[in-house]
Design a protein. Structure first.
Lengths: 95, 244
């Protein structure tokens, strides 16, 4: 439970092979420094990461689940937006 | 079933290795007692991680001591009685509250972190162990210092508890500076500077110098070590050589 003394922080890790930081979970901590230590202790015990971010959960602006139809369903019929009509040469690698 | 205790003639190199190994094992065991009891889940894992670092350090050192004494690491940990243990008295004291646990970890880490760093470049037989331990102790020092600053500079109660912890622990800190055979010596001034800087930020007062407790390096322990060993050694004493 988040309390005024220990707010929640979202944790992002960049793994050894990863290109971007990925969200892995959250921790409670009194401030940013302790949040980073808590993230290290909770989420990198098995060599998962080379870089850590912590972000106050309160800083995240989220879409409203009730807006799902308006926000996300209209794209379902627009298959021409998927780049499935191209052949990606092997040399391009990760996209 | 009775398992006979072993005694080790700890002179010279063995004395040094066992002292450092016993420090790590006893503090590691104390920290492991927090598992499932820490104030928050995050800190529960932090303390368990640190305990495992310390027990890992102890294992590496017991392996070296084993080569020199003819006993393996389990025998050295599980079959020596308290009078054979060479750890610092401060480290065997019961955990007390969270502030006391953190303050002890800080006071020890402020000594052992520069110690491992010096040892790693000393040409000692322990240098490889020291190089690995230094990376761990650096985090132990940072973690305990950050907590001590927040406890000292936190609420009236956390400040009082942190100050009480320092008053209780300081008489045991002098023992860290007793020389061991063929060892490197961390200058007291290095420890003083580290401790004073963190205490200042934590708005905590350094306790006035008093008499210093001694005896751990000679095997003269407080009553608490016997209880700690009874719990730690019980399984191997009851079922010798048990594994899982």
């Amino acid at each position: 439970m988040s309390t005024p003394a220990t707010p929640i922080w979202e944790v992002f890790i960049r793994s050894r092979s990863g290109l971007a930081h990925r969200h892995v979970g959250s921790v409670h901590a009194a401030d940013a420094t302790l949040a980073l230590q808590a993230a290290r202790d909770v989420y990198t015990r098995r060599g998962e990461g080379l870089s850590l971010w912590v972000v106050p959960s309160s800083a995240i602006v989220a879409s409203d689940p009730a807006d799902k139809e308006m926000m996300f369903e209209p794209t379902g019929s627009k298959i021409y937006r998927h780049p499935t009509f191209y052949e990606v040469p092997d040399e391009v690698g990760h996209m | 079933m009775v398992t006979t205790s072993i005694t080790v003639d700890d002179t010279g190199f063995l004395r040094l290795v066992l002292a450092r190994a016993d420090d790590a094992l006893v503090l590691g065991h104390r920290l492991s007692e927090w598992c499932g009891h820490a104030p928050i889940l995050e800190e529960d894992l932090s303390l368990a991680n640190i305990a495992l670092d310390l027990i890992g350090q102890a294992r590496s050192l017991y392996a070296l001591a084993g080569a020199a004494s003819g006993h393996d690491e389990d025998q050295l940990a599980y079959l020596r009685d308290d009078r054979q243990y060479r750890n610092l008295l401060m480290l065997e004291q019961p955990n007390g509250d969270f502030a006391c646990t953190i303050a002890r970890l800080f006071l020890y880490s402020a000594y052992i972190d520069p110690y491992w760093r010096m040892l790693a470049t000393s040409g000692s037989e322990l240098a490889p162990v020291a190089a690995k331990a230094a990376k761990e102790s650096a985090y132990h020092l940072r973690h305990s210092a950050e907590w001590l600053i927040r406890l000292g500079d936190g609420t009236a109660e956390s400040h009082r508890r942190a100050q009480d912890a320092l008053e209780r622990l300081f008489p045991w800190t002098g023992e860290m500076f007793e020389p061991l055979p063929d060892d490197v010596a961390v200058p007291v001034a290095v420890w003083d500077a580290q401790v004073d800087a963190v205490l200042a930020e934590a708005t905590l007062a350094r306790p006035a110098p008093k008499w210093q407790q001694t005896g751990g390096r000679a095997g003269r322990h407080s009553e608490h070590l016997g209880h700690l060993l009874a719990e730690m050694q019980h399984l191997q004493r009851a079922f010798p050589g048990a594994t899982w």
